[in-house]
Design a protein around this ligand. Sequence first.
Ligand SMILES: C[S@@+](CC[C@H](N)C(=O)[O-])C[C@H]1O[C@@H](n2cnc3c(N)ncnc32)[C@H](O)[C@@H]1O
Length: 145
Amino acid sequence: MTEALELGGGERVLEIGTGCGYQTAVLAELAREVFTIELEEVLGVAARERLGRLGYGNVEFWIGDGSGGWPEAAPFDAILAAAAPARIPPRLLDQLARGGRLCMPVGDDVRDQELVVVHKRSDGTLARTSLGGVRFVPFRAKPGS
Ligand SMILES: C[S@@+](CC[C@H](N)C(=O)[O-])C[C@H]1O[C@@H](n2cnc3c(N)ncnc32)[C@H](O)[C@@H]1O
């Protein structure tokens, strides 16, 4: 998934699904700045502390539902999500910069998901390719929202 973003080192990246922060750290090594969102507070807080201890100064953390992206920090040169929604949230595509790439699993059935890469061309049109079948946790909404 990281390779599919084709990072060159100067990008601002949005990640959805911080989890333990491992992928966040990989992205922080390969890009200029990472904005990461985690739905589960206990995970997001632990990841922020962990990456802080490890000296990552180019990561911004947010606890919440990542389906709306992070409008205040958009646009992003790359977007990566590690949880599968039924379809790509349109607001994520809106927040993808021209020339940027989004990579995420998609599918409402855990047994029938595909890993999708969307390239937003310089004219704003979208090119979608599939990297094949995958099995990720579902992209969830915050209870009560
Ligand atoms: C497969 S794990 C990510 C693992 C992560 N890449 C790592 O390196 O540890 C998927 C994460 O997405 C989170 N998640 C699910 N739905 C979400 C949403 N709507 N917004 C933000 N995070 C979400 C889950 O809580 C879970 O921590």
